[in-house]
Structures are given as C-alpha cells and as structure tokens.
Design a protein around this ligand. Structure first.
Ligand code: T3D
Length: 267
C-alpha cells in the first residue's frame, strides 16, 4: 500500500488534513495537489465537518512547489521548451486556493515547521494561522526568479501592509514564527510541543460556533477590502439580512435569553 499524500483524520467535528511527503518537506507535486483538493472537497461536502485543520507531517509544513516534479519543474535538456507556469497556476494552485478560501467551514493552519513559497501562502490563506515557535515563513519565490503566488500578492499587503510585504517578498528571508506573530502575519505562535493540542482546541472552539457566520465574516472582510466605507455598510446589511433569517441567529438569541449555551447547527 502506498502512503497517502494527505492523511485525513477526524476528531469530533474537526477534520485534520496532514500533507504527507515528509522526505521532500511536503512540497507540492501534481499528486499532492489532487489529494489535497479532493480532501477539501470531501470536507466541504460532509455536514459532520465543522472545522478543518491543515498541517504537515515530519519537520516541515510545506516547502512549496516540488522543484523536482517533472510534471511542473523545468526540463533542463538542451532545446527543451519552458514549462508553462501560468498553466500550472491555473490548473493546480488557483483551484486549490479558491477551494480553500471558499470552504463552508473555518480552516486553521497548524504550521509545524518551515512554510516556504506556495507552502507559506497556503497557510496564510487559511482563516487562522497557528505556528510552532520553531516554524518559519519564507517567501522563497524571488530566489528562483518568480513572484509570490498561491495568493501571496493579495494576502501579504493585506496582512502586514505594503512595506513589510515588500520586504518579505523581495528579500525572501526566513521569518521566524514569533516575528510572524509580531508583524500580524499570523494569529499566534505557540510552543512546539503544544501546537497540535492548541490547534485542536481552537478548531473545536470554532466548530461549536455558528460556522455559517464565521464563513460569512471571512467573505465580508475580504469583500470590504475592495469597498469604500459606505459600500461596506451596505454590504453588511445584505449579509446580516441573510444571517438574521438563519436558524443559528434564532438559537443564539434564544440561548442568550435562556442563559444557556447555544447549539449551532447551520453550515
Ligand atoms: O511550478 C512552479 O514552479 C510554479 C509554482 C511555484 C510555487 C512555489 O512554491 S515556488 C517556491 C518553491 N520552493 C522553494 O523554493 C523552497 C525550496 N526549499 C528550500 O529553500 C529549503 O528546502 C527550505 C528553506 C524549505 C528548508 O531548508 P532545510 O535546510 O531545512 O532543508 P533542505 O535540506 O533544504 O531540504 C530537505 C529535503 O527536502 C532535501 O532533500 P534531500 O537532499 O534530503 O533529498 C530537499 O531537496 C527537499 N526539498 C526541500 N524543498 C523542496 C525539496 N524538494 C523539492 N522541492 C522543494 N521545494
């Protein structure tokens, strides 16, 4: 039996997807792309899943594109045509990023080690990023003559502002997790030994919340980034109208009135 490239485990309403190519620091091959996309599709379709955690096996989170995968890596033989990286992005990375950003449940990245290139931006595209203190983030793209992809050009300036985004993207230096937290690039940095326990606890907390509202919050914050204040106010009214008609809102208000813990069920 060959090892799965993504190990899927479920605990309560939390599903954990572990990238599983540890010998190559969980770097992306076409096969890993296919299994991760399929796992996210399955989680999205499964009403028992109310939060997803993405992590890596071994000492890395993900080292980005596997630079040796013949499906996408340059062919060094004389006269060989260049690989069309635009095609790689369009067919592999873009669908993955859009699937992730449109998950119907919150997604937590548990960054257990180095997250480089596409691996860094895969993590940063998640709703909350927890990182082990020994982990690091590297915008490795310019080192090999590329621009940040996997959403990096959009995510970085929004997370840390243009000056820091430019520093990270141009220089490609290793950013330790504690600095990433200080810059506002990630949510929290925690001790290595407690990473997965903290990630599970955070995910369980999110899973017990009204996930429909959490996901609407993700979309509303992203949408507001391209709006002026008046447009954002109008958009909030549209979203609130939808959520106000959902079961979770009734349950939340009723539980408050009855001084009990709510049980949310919308997804
Ligand atoms: O198709 C396209 O190219 C377009 C899409 C691009 C998206 C991208 O992600 S571009 C960026 C690609 N990633 C990188 O450039 C990062 C390359 N890796 C590194 O810089 C370093 O490995 C790390 C800083 C991540 C970790 O360094 P270190 O010293 O802890 O580990 P190492 O010794 O470099 O790596 C350990 C093994 O993993 C090693 O294999 P070996 O020698 O033990 O057999 C190494 O070759 C392998 N590995 C690490 N990263 C990759 C990789 N193999 C293939 N692809 C990788 N990206």
């Amino acid at each position: 039996m060959t090892e799965p490239l993504v190990v899927v485990t479920q605990s309560g309403a939390v599903q954990t997807l572990a990238l599983n190519r540890p010998a190559a620091l969980n770097s992306f091959t076409a096969g890993l792309h296919a299994q991760l996309l399929a796992a996210l599709e399955a989680a999205a379709a499964d009403s028992a899943v109310r939060c997803v955690v993405i992590t890596g096996t071994g000492r890395a989170f993900c080292a980005g594109q596997d630079l040796a995968d013949p499906a996408v890596a340059p062919d060094f033989s004389p006269g060989a045509a260049p690989k069309d990286l635009g095609e790689v992005i369009d067919t592999l990375y873009r669908p993955l990023c859009l699937r992730l950003r449109n998950m119907p449940v919150p997604v937590v990245a548990a960054v257990n080690g180095v997250a480089a290139g596409a691996g860094a931006n895969l993590a940063l595209g998640c709703d909350l990023v927890l990182a082990a203190r020994s982990a690091s983030f590297i915008q490795a793209f310019t080192k090999i003559g590329l621009v940040p992809d996997t959403g990096g050009t959009w995510l970085l300036p929004r997370l840390v502002g243009r000056a820091q985004a430019m520093g990270l993207a141009l220089l490609g230096d290793k950013l330790p997790a504690a600095d990433a937290e200080r810059l506002g690039l990630i949510w929290r940095c925690v001790d290595d030994a407690s990473l997965m326990q903290e990630a599970q606890a955070l995910a369980e907390r999110l899973a017990a919340m009204p996930v429909k509202a959490l996901v609407a919050t993700r979309h509303a914050l992203d949408a507001a980034a391209g709006m002026d204040y008046a447009q954002a106010l109008a958009h909030e009214a549209v979203v609130q109208r939808t959520l106000g008609a959902a079961a979770d809102y009734r349950e939340g208000v009723q539980a408050f009135a009855e001084k009990r813990s709510p049980t949310f069920s919308d997804r």
